[in-house]
Ligand binder design. Structure first.
Ligand SMILES: Nc1ncnc2c1ncn2[C@@H]1O[C@H](COP(=O)(O)OP(=O)(O)OP(=O)(O)O)[C@@H](O)[C@H]1O
Ligand SMILES: O=c1ccn([C@@H]2O[C@H](COP(=O)(O)O)[C@@H](O)[C@H]2O)c(=O)[nH]1
Length: 240
């Protein structure tokens, strides 16, 4: 019999869209998405209620479309649709491995997925289903990090978990500055004042105002998600 007891009861997990590519040039790598689904299953089986927001960087990023001469809002809607595709793929993979996952979209595409309705999302979570929030906030000029902060606050999550390509928050982008060092923890005010690019300032500010802490950790490290929900030392905590 296991005596393991999670440190949190309900979490909002933000999964990197870009990481979904695995070693491929773009799109969804089968092995990678299966590994992500299995990690979620592991914590769901511990009784933790899990809601997920997945990015769209493996398919489309609005900034890039904007930079290439597209109307920014149009490019952002394309980015939101990319997150719908990733959400459908993730939920399908989860359902295949025995979880029950539901996708809810912030933009209306009812033939494809049900719309986001907060009480329904809460009901699913209470029933032990994994809820995947698709299409970000439903508004251009935002990101899925902000969607994670927003939905996390709405569902009363105790923690936002940002599973990303680096193992925490650094003094500078570690992919560009090899001398950057990792924080064990830092406050929202520090993260915003130092303009640390791991998340956008809107997401940080929303979490700060709602007193919703964020854990940043590596999506590539096996077992890291479970370690975080068990309250073990992993990644970086951003707190008020
Ligand atoms: N101070 C910093 N500490 C850590 N990473 C940073 C920092 N500044 C910038 N980064 C970069 O931010 C990236 C993660 O943020 P980003 O939102 O782009 O990715 P993601 O959330 O993993 O992807 P997606 O948007 O596709 O979901 C890291 O891969 C890292 O290179
Ligand atoms: O609320 C939102 C969320 C996302 N977008 C657009 O989608 C892409 C992909 O999301 P990432 O967070 O970068 O993975 C993003 O670049 C935006 O173009 C949005 O407009 N609104």
């Amino acid at each position: 019999m296991t005596t393991e007891k999670p440190a949190v009861q309900r979490v909002l997990l933000k999964l990197s869209g870009e990481a979904l590519m695995g070693d491929d040039a773009y799109g969804i790598n089968r092995e990678t998405i299966l590994r992500m689904a299995n990690e979620v299953a592991e914590v769901s089986k511990l009784g933790v209620e899990v809601a997920v927001v997945i990015g769209g960087g493996n398919i489309f990023r609005g900034m890039a479309g904007g930079a290439a001469g597209m109307d920014r809002a149009t490019a952002d809607y394309m980015g939101m649709l990319a997150t719908v595709m990733n959400s459908l793929a993730l939920a399908d993979t989860m359902n295949n491995i025995g979880l029950t996952a539901r996708v809810m979209s912030a933009i209306s595409i009812e033939q494809v997925v049900e719309p986001y309705v907060r009480p329904k999302a809460l009901q699913y979570l209470e029933e032990g289903k994994v809820v995947v929030f698709a299409a970000g906030t439903g508004n251009p000029f935002f990101t899925t990090d902000t969607a994670a902060a927003l939905r996390g606050a709405e569902i009363g999550a105790q923690l936002v978990l940002k599973a990303t390509k680096v193992d925490g928050v650094y003094t500078a982008d570690p992919k560009k500055d090899p001398s950057a060092t990792r924080y064990d923890k830092l406050t929202f005010d520090e993260a915003i004042a130092k303009n640390l690019g791991i998340m956008d300032a809107t997401a940080f500010a929303l979490c700060r105002d709602q007193k919703l802490p964020i854990k940043v950790f590596s999506i590539f490290k096996p077992g890291a998600l479970k370690r975080v929900v068990m309250g073990e030392d992993e990644g970086t905590l951003v707190y008020i």
